[in-house]
Ligand binder design. Sequence first.
Ligand code: C2E
Ligand code: MG
Ligand code: MG
Length: 391
Amino acid sequence: MTGLANRALFADRLRQVLARRERQCATAVYFLDLDRFKRINDSLGHSAGDEVLLEVAERLSGEVRPEDTVARFGGDEFTILCESVGVALVEASDSGDGQHLIEDADAAMYRAKERGGARTELFDSAMRDDAVRAMRIEQELQRALEQGELRLHYQPAVDLATGQMVGAEALVRWEHPKRGLISPERFLHVAEETGLIVPLGAWVVGETCRQLAEWQARPETAQLHLSLNLSARELTHPDVVSTVLGCVRESCIDPHSLTIEVTESTAMADGDTGFRALRDLSSEGIRVAIDDFGTGYSSLEQLRRMPVDIVKIDRSFVSGMAANTTDRELVAAVVGMGPALKLCVVAEGIETPDQADALRELGCDIGQGYLFSRPILAEQLDAVLEVSSAR
Ligand code: C2E
Ligand code: MG
Ligand code: MG
């Protein structure tokens, strides 16, 4: 369609160049892809998408010299092979079929996307490790989802005034058959980049609702609330509202007992897409919490407009309270604005009794942190419940 070389021809040219390359002669492989191309296809249709590809093909061909090769590598991916450009990407000793060169350029392209797109990145060997690691995690995570290796741990949330457990937050873990329990920070970014976060998140929502239904069936746990986290990619997915509402209905839980936690940037992801999903969930009675509050950039105006019920003060402010008066004043200000904005304020990451005391004095409603409990299995929560009800 574009009249450019295809993937096979590109690989062939690269092989030829590498074979006849003089020692001093530098060669570069560029790997390009179009930011948000999918959106053009989805919103304006495939013929509009084709027009964009043609235009890009034409512009790229116009920018290079006749001896260079521009190829459409596939989809919205383009590659360019330049001999003797100023950037030496191929080591003098490099030879072989060039396949790894394309992979390296691809890894650099991924890094460019990861850093927000609209940019170029030069490959370095650390990227090869990153890319290989990400690829392995992706494959293994796919299997983990299929084989049921994911687990939810629950971290209690405690009423700071009474010490009673009022609910818990579901946090995902990966029980790897060989490497043991893996924390979300080690695999969620890969899930987010690859889109695996969507089926993973659907599992989290289903499992959380199932657990909540089990608790609501028992008098001693009937009052507990559960919250779960959604990332930007999950919240802006077109099915997010129907997935959450479907699970709520199927498990027959009270929607008020379920809270969706999102960060400030997630709430504002993709124009107003995130905002609209939150509004729809909120109108069905599901509560919304702003997670890691204070680390983002939302304004009071946005906070007032958003369908938010809870703000969770980020752990960094709580841990800074003792040594840093600014942190203490910031926490006081957030706690203070709660009633005016009709927000419940939760403090995250409470580790010491002093922090709990200080927060209690400021009038903070709810606290979470290692002081009360680490995230634990649902079965272990019974013990925490007994302790807190005995207080
Ligand atoms: P988050 O939602 O802000 O969760 C709080 C994190 O802080 C948890 O880490 C928790 O174990 C940890 N934490 C709690 N209390 C303390 C404390 O007193 N001290 C310290 N040092 N840490 C504390 P975790 O479980 O590793 O989760 C990290 C992040 O991963 C979460 O931050 C959340 O953004 C994300 N996440 C976890 N589960 C899910 C999930 O199912 N879906 C999505 N989309 N994101 C998730
Ligand atoms: Mg959270
Ligand atoms: Mg948090």
